[in-house]
Design a protein around this ligand. Structure first.
Ligand code: SF4
Ligand code: SF4
Length: 207
């Protein structure tokens, strides 16, 4: 059985003057002359919001670790804390939380003094869905997702983030954005550059 959806007959006025067609066209014309909110990527690039889920990184030990959690986990796993190196305590909670755990390769390394450091930490982002579960699971605020969003590469190997790369992304993030307030836009000017207040009536963003 065919269900009739449009069963309202057109009036003679609508038939003669194509009123629906004119209505549709007026929307097209109105938007053709309004200001654009898209950017000309890759010629024009914007800085994503702080909470953007881009490439992962490892924050390094710099004295801003969450306390007392960091010291407790360091004590529990007998970790050697090295300033400037990854905060990772090799707890594997990120891997456990991940829906695709095989993308992680995490190994601890034993030092002559009996303590441990993270020796291997590889993430194959070809399998990652960028859900962020791993970041939420990290108890020491080590693993995070950065604003690096240009993730295309020429080889599969380039899609694997090693410990060295993760630390490098972490150091860059801590220098560039760590102290920034946790808000969607960096500032009002940043927001207005693309999202004009008059067009979109966005609520006032408070820092
Ligand atoms: S973002 Fe999601 S899929 Fe990617 S590594 Fe983290 S938990 Fe796994
Ligand atoms: S959850 Fe954090 S501390 Fe634990 S292994 Fe993953 S990155 Fe390292």
């Amino acid at each position: 059985m065919i269900k009739k959806v449009f069963n309202k007959p057109l009036s003679w006025l609508e038939r003669i003057f194509f009123i629906d067609f004119i209505k549709g066209l007026s929307v097209t014309i109105r938007h053709a002359f309004s200001r654009t909110i898209t950017t000309h990527y890759p010629y024009e690039k914007i800085t994503p919001p702080k909470r953007f889920r881009g490439f992962h990184g490892h924050k390094v030990v710099d004295g801003t670790e969450p306390q007392p959690a960091f010291d407790e986990w360091v004590e529990r796993f007998k970790i050697e804390v090295i300033p400037g190196r990854s905060r990772c305590v090799v707890c594997q909670l990120c891997k456990r939380a991940c829906p695709v755990p095989e993308l992680f390769q995490i190994e601890g390394q034993k030092l002559p003094n009996g303590k441990r450091v993270v020796g291997v930490f590889n993430m194959n982002l070809m399998l990652c869905t960028f859900c962020g579960f791993c970041v939420d699971a990290c108890p020491v605020d080590c693993l995070f997702m950065s604003d690096i969003h240009e993730t295309a590469s020429y080889t599969r190997k380039d899609a694997v983030l090693t410990l060295e790369i993760l630390e490098k992304i972490g150091r860059d993030w801590q220098r560039r954005r760590e102290m920034e307030p946790d808000r969607i836009w960096i500032d009002d000017e940043h927001r207005q550059r693309l999202w004009y207040e008059n067009d979109l009536k966005l609520p006032e963003v408070k820092g």
